[in-house]
Each structure stands twice: as structure tokens, then as C-alpha cells.
Design a protein around this ligand. Structure first.
Ligand SMILES: C[S@@+](CC[C@H](N)C(=O)[O-])C[C@H]1O[C@@H](n2cnc3c(N)ncnc32)[C@H](O)[C@@H]1O
Length: 279
């Protein structure tokens, strides 16, 4: 379960403002698995509404998709009912740190934008991340590939124009995200060989919705990024007031463009991939 987001509610509008990007990078990462890409059994850990599963299904053998939230899973199931009936995907409700699968069941696993929900950042050793990585190691075959799609701290500072409207929420968000060096050392310690991380620079997670400069004034738009769940009501009200002031002064467009320029330099998230070492 997310420590701060209400996914039962979010599931109803999630797909309006979120798109799966970087699937070309994902394919490249999964191509390092021991089996041919078109034959691999892939785990989608924290599948949400199934956006990444749907994007990857044409490229892989079969997928097992796991999520803790019933609402998110229901949307994923509805989206992929034909593939479920055809036996190409199976859905499971459960937590990704205690999976209902035998040891060494998968050729590859992907965790897209999930890990920051399982930790509050209060413990600098990020024990919940370590527990999930250990579980991925258990269910992957030797030579299997783990891909973690997560924001770096730099991307949280530069990759989202509206985070400057609620700086306290951004700091809370950063605390929930493991630093890159720590993630790489956790992967190593768990028995993985990390590969070079890759960040898509040419697309944004929220699709066209990202460029809606009045988006932060709408609750449904804010539901597309759990960043807002880390802001208090007062911080959201302050963010709205600041946005309205810039609209009234005619300065919003320039303010937005300056931040979007920075976003194009760093991207919004990074794919960290690693291969399970053969003993
Ligand atoms: C931001 S969404 C990402 C969904 C999807 N992977 C995507 O990128 O579109 C985070 C998802 O992680 C799920 N989640 C959070 N903690 C979980 C856990 N311990 N086990 C399984 N799913 C979890 C939530 O229910 C939610 O669907």
C-alpha cells in the first residue's frame, strides 16, 4: 500500500494524466535477459492500471502483473481482458515484497514508479526498498533482469515544472526516493550486477496533460502525480494562489518555459537495470 496516496480514488482518473513512456528503453534493458525477449516471462511489480503491461505485451512471452490496490487492478483487468482470456497475462493482488511465486520463476521483472510509495524516507537505509529488491532476486532466474523505473533526486528538482509551486512537498517527495548511489549499492549487495542507467529525455509521464499550465488548479489533474498527496491543504492553496498571481500578471508562460527547459535536460525518471548474478 502506498504510504501517502489513496489509489482506490486515484484509479478512477489515473489514466487521464499518465502514459507509459520509455518502453523502447525497457525493451533494451529486458533484452539483456538470458532468454529471447519474445519468450520471456515478465513480472510487472506494482502494475497499477496496467499501462506498462499493455505496452510490453507485444514484445514478451507472458506477464504476471501484481498490485496491492484492488481499484488499480480492476482498471488493468478491464483494459487487458482479451489478453487475460488468451493466457498472455495473469493478475494477482498482493504486495511485491511477498510474492505468490516460486523461486526463480521469472526471466525479468519491472517496477515502474512504485518504490517511492513503500518508504517514508525516515530510515536512511531504505529497508522497504531492500526487502523488495531481495524478493525480486528470489523470483528471478540467474541471469534474469530487474528494471527499476524511479526518479532521481536531480529529476525531482528539475523535471517537473509545478514542483516549484510546493517546495515542502518536493522535499518530502525526495525523502521517499532512494539516492542513486544507495540504490546501486543495494542492487549490488542483493546479488545483482547493475547496468548503465538510462533516462528518456524526449517525453513526459503525464503526456499532453503535463503542458496544461492551469492543471495544478484542478483536483483531477493533481491526482495524476502523487507528489500532491505529500502537500498539505494549505500548501496546495498556496500553490494555487501563486499560479493565479502569475496568470494575472502574465508571467506564467515564461516561468513555465524556464522550468520546462530544465526538464528537457534531465528527464523525469530513470530506468535502473541490473542482472541477477550467477553464483
Ligand atoms: C504510481 S503507481 C504506478 C503504477 C504503474 N506501475 C505505472 O507506472 O503506471 C504505484 C502503484 O504501486 C502500487 N503499490 C504500492 N505499494 C505496493 C506494494 N507494496 N505491492 C504492490 N503494489 C504496490 C499502488 O497500488 C499503485 O498501483
Amino acid at each position: 500500500m502506498s504510504r501517502y496516496e489513496d489509489y482506490a480514488t486515484v484509479s478512477k482518473s489515473y489514466d487521464e494524466t499518465r502514459v507509459p513512456i520509455g518502453t523502447d528503453i525497457l525493451c533494451r534493458c529486458l533484452g539483456a535477459a538470458a532468454a529471447p525477449l519474445s519468450e520471456i516471462r515478465l513480472l510487472d511489480a506494482g502494475c497499477g492500471t496496467g499501462a506498462y503491461s499493455r505496452a510490453m505485451l507485444p514484445h514478451v512471452g507472458r506477464i504476471d502483473a501484481v498490485d496491492l490496490n484492488e481499484g488499480m487492478l480492476a482498471v488493468a483487468r478491464a483494459k487487458l481482458s482479451g489478453d487475460e482470456a488468451a493466457g498472455r497475462i495473469a493478475f494477482h493482488q498482493g504486495s511485491i515484497d511477498a510474492l505468490p511465486f516460486e523461486d526463480e520463476s521469472f526471466d525479468a521483472a519491472m517496477i515502474n514508479q512504485v518504490l517511492h510509495h513503500i518508504e517514508d524516507g525516515a530510515d536512511p537505509s531504505f529497508p522497504a526498498y531492500a526487502a523488495v529488491i531481495a524478493e525480486m532476486h528470489r523470483v528471478l532466474r540467474p541471469g534474469g533482469v530487474l528494471v527499476i523505473n524511479i526518479c532521481t533526486h536531480e529529476q525531482l528538482r528539475e523535471g517537473y515544472w509545478y514542483y516549484d509551486l510546493a517546495p515542502e512537498a518536493r522535499e518530502a517527495c525526495i525523502r521517499c526516493h532512494v539516492p542513486t548511489e544507495r540504490l546501486l549499492s543495494m542492487l549490488n549487495a542483493a546479488g545483482f550486477q547493475p547496468r548503465a542507467p538510462e533516462a528518456p529525455l524526449d517525453a513526459v509521464m503525464q503526456g499532453e496533460a503535463y503542458f496544461d499550465m492551469s492543471g495544478p488548479l484542478k483536483e483531477s489533474w493533481r491526482k495524476g502525480d502523487s507528489f500532491w498527496a505529500l502537500a498539505t491543504d494549505e500548501q496546495i492553496a498556496n500553490a494555487e494562489a501563486r499560479l493565479r498571481e502569475m496568470q494575472a500578471a502574465g508571467t506564467l508562460e515564461a516561468w513555465f518555459q524556464e522550468r520546462d527547459e530544465r526538464r528537457r535536460g534531465v528527464g523525469q525518471f530513470t530506468f535502473f537495470s541490473a542482472v541477477k548474478r550467477r553464483e
